[in-house]
Design a protein around this ligand. Structure first.
Ligand code: NDP
Length: 252
């Protein structure tokens, strides 16, 4: 697959999974725009492996006006949006009684409403071109339940429902909409989860990591590169309305 010259917007491409996705798209020849809240990411990811510059626009995905301005700037730099990867997200864990309204709203706003806001902003370009690829970074927490994650699980189940509905709505027009469901993946977000476990329990860091690995498909922690590879596979185009779980089952 060549994505030469295609314009891809990656939200939350400043670090972690989003950054790996931005790199992978750039290696396939795409012109990549990154949208996140942190302005200084321009310095750390200004050139990809292929030597193409990333365009970086600052926006909080929960703010419609900021997203509108950021996407307009991305369009001005790289043309109409053809690929959108909704990756921006936050995770917080707490039992229900400590999941207060502010925490609930924060998580739903970023993970679910942010995905809706960015998608609505990009889809008109795709409809006009009769070609588009949307990949939403959900989670295995979007497919099943886990304790102390009610807000996060609800937000990611919402992302899956949104993905399936849009796949049905847009799939006949040359646009595919799919989701990736990573299990625990080696990023700052996962490091915070490990730190949480070691602080709240008697477990060592190694034991905390083993615990998380055991919850994952395949019994191991995923890498950001595997998630990025999954995104490329879904962009390749033959599937619509699917959820791809990472790590993928080993082929025997
Ligand atoms: P990180 O915390 O490492 O990165 C999160 C990214 O999201 C950053 O680039 C951050 O940029 C951006 N972001 C957060 N809030 C906002 C916001 N309000 N507006 C715009 N951008 C925002 O997380 P990961 O890389 O680990 O996670 C990426 C995605 O993968 C998330 O959706 C997460 O839920 C999902 N995921 C992660 C797993 C894991 O174990 N790591 C497992 C399953 C799913 P900035 O701070 O600059 O805004």
């Amino acid at each position: 697959m060549s994505l030469a010259g295609r314009h891809a917007v990656v939200t939350g491409g400043s670090r972690g999974i989003g950054r790996a996705i931005a790199s992978a798209l750039e290696r396939e020849g795409a012109h990549v725009s990154i949208v996140s809240r942190t302005p200084h990411v321009t310095l750390s990811v200004s050139k990809g492996d292929m030597g193409n510059a990333y365009f970086v626009a600052q926006a909080d995905v929960t703010d419609e006006e900021q997203v509108r301005r950021a996407f307009a700037a991305c369009r001005e730099a790289n043309g109409p949006i053809e690929i959108l990867v909704n990756n921006s997200g936050i995770a917080e864990s707490a039992p229900l009684k400590r999941t207060d309204r502010a925490m609930w709203d924060r998580i739903i706003a970023t993970n679910l409403t942010g995905t809706y806001i960015c998608t609505r902003e990009a889809v008109p370009d795709m409809i006009a071109a009769q070609w588009g690829r949307i990949v939403n970074i959900a989670s295995t927490a979007g497919l099943g339940g886990a304790p102390y994650l009610s807000a996060y699980c609800a937000s990611k189940h919402g992302v899956i429902g949104f993905t399936r509905a849009l796949a049905a709505e847009l799939g006949t027009g040359g646009i595919t909409v799919n989701a990736i469901c990573p299990g625990y993946t080696e990023t700052e977000m996962m490091q915070r989860t490990v730190a949480n476990i070691t602080t709240r329990t008697q477990k060592s860091e190694g034991e905390a990591r083993e615990l998380l690995a055991r919850m994952n498909p395949g019994g191991r922690i995923a890498t950001v590169e595997e998630v990025a590879e999954g995104v490329l596979d879904l962009i390749d185009g033959s599937q619509n309305g699917v959820e791809l779980t990472i790590p993928r089952p080993a082929v025997r």
